[in-house]
Design a protein around this ligand. Structure first.
Ligand code: SAM
Length: 251
């Protein structure tokens, strides 16, 4: 049974419509359901995003690098962005919200994620964002007629957990969050190889494009090497806990 903090109880009380409803929310939380799924929202920078299972709940480390990236691109002229594996839409919605000259396309293999991301765009009154269903591992990607490379900015928080590590995750994560959002193949690196292949494809990215990719806690060296073998230069950004978390790449 999950032990609840006073703060969690306060948030659940605020979300409840009656004392009986509050008791039912408490029961769900005590059984291990993530607080954000029960309340239905998660703050992400200045945005308050809708969340629902099994779409990944946006994480604080992702929010941290997305804000850092916004600082870098804020004053650039009009730019286009592609978000691979958008989930709730959090990264590209925050970037388009903070950078008025940016317009974003986002893709996800899961239609429920696409629906949620587009719903969040509407909720946040962001009209420079569109999400589409597409599989970026597929060799025909981006076959969707609305996707229009070359893009100036490529962002992704792809599934990166290696199979062996996935099996050790807490039951709460495995029970509620989509394995397709988490599992990055046996090594955890499958999606980074796919992104590197896209980066070198002719006219997929503009010549001065930049790429920002979130990585797992011990993957920074391996992912930097994958991108360097695609003739990209790389920097590593730490997260607020000092863990190398984001690979920033450029030509
Ligand atoms: C780690 S989650 C990240 C979600 C969101 N960007 C975030 O940071 O919270 C990865 C996302 O990639 C999507 N995904 C997995 N495989 C995919 C594929 N082959 N093509 C497109 N999206 C994929 C999953 O459905 C999931 O929403």
């Amino acid at each position: 049974m999950t032990l609840l903090s006073l703060l969690e109880k306060k948030w659940l009380r605020q979300a409840a419509s009656s004392p009986a409803h509050f008791q039912s929310l408490l029961r769900r939380r005590r059984k291990g359901e993530p607080l954000q799924y029960i309340i239905g929202t998660q703050p992400f920078g200045p945005l308050n995003l809708r969340v629902r299972p099994p779409i990944l709940i946006p994480r604080p480390e992702t929010e941290h690098w997305a804000i850092q990236l916004a600082d870098r691109i804020q004053n650039r002229p009009r730019r286009t962005l592609l978000d691979l594996g958008t989930g709730s839409g959090c990264i590209s919605l925050l970037l388009t919200h903070l950078c008025p000259a940016l317009s974003a396309h986002a893709v996800d293999v899961n239609p429920a994620a696409v629906e949620l991301a587009n719903e969040n765009a509407l909720l946040c009154s962001i009209d420079r964002f569109q999400a589409f269903q597409a599989d970026f591992l597929h060799q025909d990607f981006p076959s969707h007629p609305s996707l229009s490379p070359p893009y100036d900015i490529l962002v992704s928080n792809p599934p990166y957990i290696p199979l062996a590590e996935y099996l050790t995750l807490s039951d709460d994560v495995k029970k509620y969050e989509d394995p397709r959002a988490l599992l990055g193949g046996n090594s955890g690196l499958d999606f980074y190889h796919a992104i590197a292949r896209l980066a070198v494809r002719e006219r997929f990215l503009s010549p001065d494009a930049i790429i920002a990719l979130e990585v797992g806690h011990n993957q920074a060296d391996a992912v930097s090497a994958i991108l360097q073998s695609a003739k990209l230069r790389t920097d590593v950004w730490p997260d607020p806990w000092g863990i190398p978390r984001t690979i920033f790449a450029y030509r």
